[in-house]
Write a protein of this length. Structure first.
Ligand code: LMR
Length: 395
């Protein structure tokens, strides 16, 4: 019956993570998947989340509504847009609880396929591979806009703006507002404003994918681009709690659609609910309750914000430490990219072949594009990673 089914080529990130787990070497280092591990190499259980778990316990588990837990959705809006945002006050944001950030982008794609069909979808070059896949699955053709300026290891701002200007009016544009995956380079505030002007003038539909809020500068500053944009125009915002709540396996995210007025938001919410019903009916409860409890308590929210800050500063210090170790081994390698890029990822400039060498010879796993997850670094593994990195460049 299924004799013609093709083999799955594997996912460039998840399959690599599986290969890492299967690697028998004890000194292996996982810098592939975007998962934060602490100084001891463990995925942390945040204290605020643990307290929320103790407070909520395990009681009956009725279905959540299609749109998710009310407190959770409120928490998403406050965190993403800020409490005093005019769009919130005017009740023109439709928010649903989603299955992680991937689920949020997936429902956004399904929603747009129905209500804005036939448009071209532009994603950054490079981007998180699944952006292409999720929009293609929904029936769209995807194309790219320039983002990475290889020579300067920065954003190709002019190329990006030109592509937005050249795209057909009303195209769908996927933007990562902070901690760009995979490059680690973001637009500065002036560039964000200039891009906003073009996107609005071209009436493009913007889908923000914000998976790393709090890992750039701070929870509020990382959301500033989205907040400013949403003051000026409608947009969709996917957010994830996988990383900043360290709740990877609970699949907690959100999708918010900023609308023109409350009536439109009500109708959009209805259509999002329908998209959920047709896909998985309603989101799961346990992770949702944890997030809702933390975001709904001033005390736990403050504790959580402190824990996000701890993760962020540890990643920054690992960037510095790796740069120092590389410099100590070679003064021919420019390590400034490690310090200039931010968030979980650094685009190293290593070729796929060099990445293969590091993995095969040293058990140091990076994604084939040369993306390194700096959140997997710790004091114990940095010397090994630095040595492997320098030796790979020498080849
Ligand atoms: C990543 O880019 O490594 C993460 O976002 C995990 C994933 O789902 O790919």
């Amino acid at each position: 019956l299924f004799g013609q089914v093709e083999a799955f080529a594997g996912d460039p990130i998840l399959s690599l993570n599986d290969a890492f787990k299967a690697d028998p070497r004890t000194e292996k280092v996982n810098l592939s998947i975007g998962v934060y591990t602490d100084e001891k190499g463990r995925i942390p259980v945040l204290r605020a989340v643990k307290t929320a778990y103790e407070r909520t316990g395990f009681a009956e588990r009725p279905y959540l509504p299609m749109e998710g837990h009310a407190g959770y959705r409120e928490g998403v809006q406050k965190l993403v847009f800020g409490d005093g945002h005019p769009a919130r006050a005017e009740k023109r944001i439709a928010t649903i609880q989603t299955l992680g950030g991937t689920g949020a982008v997936g429902i956004a794609a399904d929603f747009l396929a129905k209500h804005a069909p036939g448009r071209t979808v532009l994603v950054s070059d490079p981007t998180w591979e699944n952006h292409h896949g999720l929009f293609q699955r929904a029936g769209f053709t995807t194309t790219t806009y320039p983002y990475w300026d290889r020579a300067n290891r920065s954003v190709d701002f002019d190329g990006m703006v030109k592509a937005f200007e050249a795209a057909e009016n009303g195209s769908i544009v996927v933007l990562q507002p902070v901690c760009h995956n995979p490059t680690g380079v973001d637009l500065d505030e002036r560039q964000q404003e200039a891009v906003t002007d073009v996107l609005i003038a071209k009436r493009h539909i913007v889908v923000f994918d914000m998976a790393y809020q709090g890992f750039g500068t701070s929870l509020d500053e990382d959301a500033a681009f989205v907040r400013r944009y949403a003051r000026r125009a409608s947009c969709l915002v996917a957010n994830s709690f996988s990383k900043n709540f360290s709740l990877y396996g609970e699949r907690c995210g959100g999708l918010s659609v900023v609308c023109r007025d409350a009536d439109e938001a009500e109708r959009v919410l209805g259509q999002l609910k329908l998209a959920v019903r047709r896909s998985y009916s309603s989101p799961p409860m346990t992770g949702g309750l944890l997030v809702a409890t933390v975001l709904g308590s001033d005390e736990l929210r403050a504790q959580w914000a402190g824990e996000v800050e701890t993760m962020r500063t540890r990643m920054d210090s690992m960037r510095k430490l790796l740069a120092e170790h590389i410099r100590a081994l070679s003064n021919e390698i420019d390590v400034s990219f490690l310090l200039n890029q931010r968030g979980m990822f650094s685009y190293t400039g290593l070729s796929a072949q060099q990445v293969d060498t590091m993995r095969e010879r040293d058990g140091v796993y990076l994604v084939g594009s040369g993306r390194m997850c700096v959140a997997g670094l710790n004091e114990a593994n940095v010397p090994k990673v630095a040595k492997s990195f320098v030796e790979a460049q020498a080849r």
